[in-house]
Design a binder for this molecule. Structure first.
Ligand code: PHE
Ligand code: CO
Length: 297
């Protein structure tokens, strides 16, 4: 079996130029994984579990344990589904990589989570510019076991289908919400300490440490409209992280109809990723040390 994903086209989006793949759902070609593939999984799995001790939120770690993910081998999607489906109704589907937006939203709205079936090469252990199996499976899938987060993800999918009909600005507002929550969100634990839940962070050793411990980035309390107005970068660690109190807060805050919000935001300027605003709830005002000097995406 040829393990090279089939790249079909490149698409210019507000996240930069990204490859978009065929829309077809593929069966996970589990037997085609090489020893090297399993070793990459094992190495990343062991390393991230270690770095996430005391850094990832408890919901993430517990869910990953429940799913019985281990370093031993790349998990089989159908075995994970046997645990995930009865828990929250979510189902993993294999895909070649990033999907066209509407297809992605439609999957989420129907509680199907697309997981890239191929894993990065050994030389990409520390950085890969597009989502692979490790990011999708290790990073995104555990929280689908959490009932509140599971509902949020479905609602996001429906919200995406809606925003697409409204227009590109609405879609950008919504994409920023995904970026700053699902991908790069922080959460407070029972003692008020900051913990990680965003999949872009939990799947990166460097950013797992940086997001919590570096003095450079801002850490700011979750605010829906504030996030929807905030630009982001895809090529560096984040310059600002947004902190939720719990998943209920995230779910509740995103229940209202976004149409009037999109309407209102149309006339308001967006914020550069690095800026702190006057009415922000600031956990940490970043020093901006080491920030790139060029513009945000
Ligand atoms: N409430 C949003 C809307 O009306 C949908 C949504 C829910 C979006 C949750 C994101 C997250 O569009
Ligand atoms: Co992701």
């Amino acid at each position: 079996m040829n393990t090279q994903p089939k790249r079909v086209e490149h698409q210019q989006t507000d996240r930069g130029t990204i490859p978009v793949y065929t829309t077809a759902v593929v069966e996970q070609p589990w037997d085609s994984y090489t020893d090297t593939d399993h070793k990459v999984w094992a190495q990343l799995f062991a390393r991230q579990r270690e770095v996430l001790k005391g850094r990832a939120c408890k919901e993430f770690i517990q869910a990953q344990d429940l799913l019985e993910m281990t370093a031993d081998a790349i998990p089989r999607f159908d075995e994970l589904n046997e645990i995930l489906k009865p828990a929250t109704g979510w189902e993993l589907i294999g895909v070649e990589g990033l999907l066209p937006e509407q297809t992605f939203f439609d999957h989420l709205a129907n509680r199907r989570f697309p997981v890239t079936w191929w894993i990065r090469k050994p030389e990409q252990i520390n950085y890969i510019s597009e989502p692979d199996l490790f990011h999708d499976l290790f990073g995104h899938v555990p929280l689908l076991m959490n009932p509140v987060f599971a509902d949020y993800m479905e609602a996001y999918g429906r919200g995406g289908l809606k925003a697409e009909k409204i227009g590109p600005e609405a879609l950008m507002n919504l994409t920023r919400l995904y970026w700053y929550t699902v991908e790069f969100g922080l959460i407070r634990d029972d003692n008020g300490e900051l913990r990680i839940y965003g999949s872009g962070i939990v799947s990166s050793e460097g950013e797992s440490i940086y997001s919590l411990e570096s003095a450079a980035p801002n850490r700011i309390g979750f605010d829906l409209e504030r996030i929807m107005r905030t630009q982001y970068r895809i090529d560096t660690y984040q310059q600002t992280y947004f902190v939720i109190d719990d998943f209920e807060q995230l779910f509740e805050a995103t229940q209202p109809d976004f149409v009037p919000i999109y309407d209102k935001l149309k006339t308001q300027p967006s914020f550069p990723a690095r800026e702190v605003q006057d009415d922000d709830k600031v956990y940490q005002r970043g020093t901006r040390e080491g920030f790139a000097t060029d513009a945000d995406a």
